[in-house]
Write a protein that binds this ligand. Structure first.
Ligand SMILES: *Cc1c(COP(=O)(O)O)cnc(C)c1O
Length: 426
């Protein structure tokens, strides 16, 4: 644990304490089975681009219209990223400056709404995101958030409810997409409802952008007025975000991001986004996207076969939402035991959860990270077995859990050693 990191010699010399922490995180990411659906492993090329001297530049404004001189190179970097985004997603306009998904969404509100105006989004406990008008978020306190959910019988988005709420509440903005939605988003249906009430439709594809780019989920292009996405989830780029739109809304979006909400863009991130978009346009990425979904479907079937209850009965994308009620275990103790076993998941509310958000009934798991390591679909039975063993032990008691956690952790480390992660020093 104490040897300085061989790949960050300057960091190790200047700040050994921090270098050691980076090394420890690298080992953690190498040795554990990471099943957080919003996480991934970026490539070495993306890592390198995000650690460049582009970091040193201020460039408020947009290419060709900056408030600073010295933009000969930065303008080209940002144009490259935006051009690649437009090409990859087939959109008329792309803004690559938002710092992350939440500020990107706030920029959409700023572009189209006044404080107090109504937004219709999916509620957080049903699988939506905080920024879709949930109360504790600025988007739910500065605007009037009206929230839809999923049907109790199917676990799928209740489009009848969406339409009823839209007609009754007349929102100016409708968000579709979410953070714990295991099924295909029906963009045409949302577009029909938005059109009926004259609302701007925002497709928030933060989770599924990589699947959309890789052809493993339908595209919102042609249906949504605005597309919001992070760049660091399935898209496998640096931590950042993009807003894409029709030409009609380009000016409003750009003005909302800068000067509306932000100052200088993070140019090292813009560069890394450009690299990730280049990677995402290649044939390997289409295979990755298809494999992410194939792995999630297989893992879901293996878990269902072991008596796990999947919200909506399965998945169409990269994530599974699992209700552990039938296993006699709550989400949090299960997630904590799995973490000790080297399997990283998050505890999560399930629709109509009778338990509290900080101690909910479910866990959420996803396959992007293990797919980026190349772990094949044939290993999903093994992964499901580990989850079953740990959750089963938690249901029995503490001693049983500790014994099982130790055994599973060793087996997990062995599989992970066979499938080294991209971008990690070994
Ligand atoms: C992750 C996510 C965001 C927010 O992204 P951050 O980069 O964490 O701010 C917004 N919307 C959805 C649907 C997300 O999943």
């Amino acid at each position: 644990m104490s040897s300085p990191h061989p790949h960050h010699p300057a960091l190790a010399a200047t700040d050994p304490e921090l270098a050691e922490l980076v090394g420890a995180e690298e080992r953690l990411q190498a040795e554990t089975l990471r099943l957080i659906p919003s996480e991934n492993y970026v490539s070495q090329a993306v890592l390198e681009a995000s650690g460049t001297v582009l970091q040193n530049k201020y460039s408020e404004g947009y290419p060709g219209k900056r408030y600073y001189e010295g933009q000969q190179v930065i303008d080209q970097v940002e144009r490259l990223a935006a051009d690649r985004a437009r090409e990859l997603f087939g959109v008329e306009h792309a803004n690559v400056q938002p710092y992350s998904g939440s500020p990107a969404n706030l920029a959409v509100y700023l572009a189209f709404l006044k404080p107090g105006d109504t937004v219709l989004g999916m509620s957080l406990p049903m699988g939506g995101h905080l920024t879709h008008g949930w109360g504790v978020s600025a988007t739910g306190s500065w605007f009037r958030g009206v929230q839809y959910g999923v049907r109790r019988d199917t676990g799928r988005v209740d489009l009848d409810q969406v339409r009823e709420l839209a007609l009754a509440e007349r929102p100016k903005l409708i968000f579709c997409g979410g953070t714990a939605v295991p099924r295909t988003i029906d963009f045409p249906a949302f577009a029909g409802i938005a059109q009926e009430v004259g609302a701007v439709l925002v497709a928030d594809i933060a989770h599924i952008a990589g699947l959309v780019a890789g052809g493993a989920h339908p595209s919102p292009v042609g249906h949504a007025d605005v597309i919001s996405t992070t760049t660091h989830k399935t898209l496998r780029g640096p931590r950042g975000a993009m807003l894409m739109s029709t030409a009609e809304h380009a000016k409003a979006i750009d003005r909302a991001v800068f000067p509306g909400l932000q100052g200088g863009p993070h140019n090292q991130t813009t560069a890394a986004i450009a690299v990730a978009l280049k990677e995402a346009s290649g044939p390997d990425f289409r295979k990755y996207a298809a494999d992410v979904v194939a792995n999630a479907k297989a893992l879901g079937e293996e878990l269902a076969g072991r008596g796990f209850e999947l919200v909506s009965g399965g998945t169409d994308n990269h994530l599974l939402l699992i209700d552990l009620t039938g296993k006699g275990v709550a989400g949090k103790p299960a997630a904590k035991a799995l973490d000790r076993a080297g399997i990283v998941v998050n505890y999560n509310t399930v629709p109509y959860d009778p338990r509290k958000p900080f101690d909910p009934s479910g866990i959420r798991i996803g396959t992007p990270s293990l797919t980026s390591r190349g772990v094949p679909v044939s290993a999903m039975g093994q992964v499901a077995e580990w989850i079953d063993r740990v959750v089963g032990a938690v249901a029995v008691g503490e001693a049983q859990t500790e014994a099982e956690v130790g055994k599973v952790r060793a087996e997990v480390a062995e599989l992970m050693a066979a499938w080294p992660a991209p971008g990690l020093a070994r």
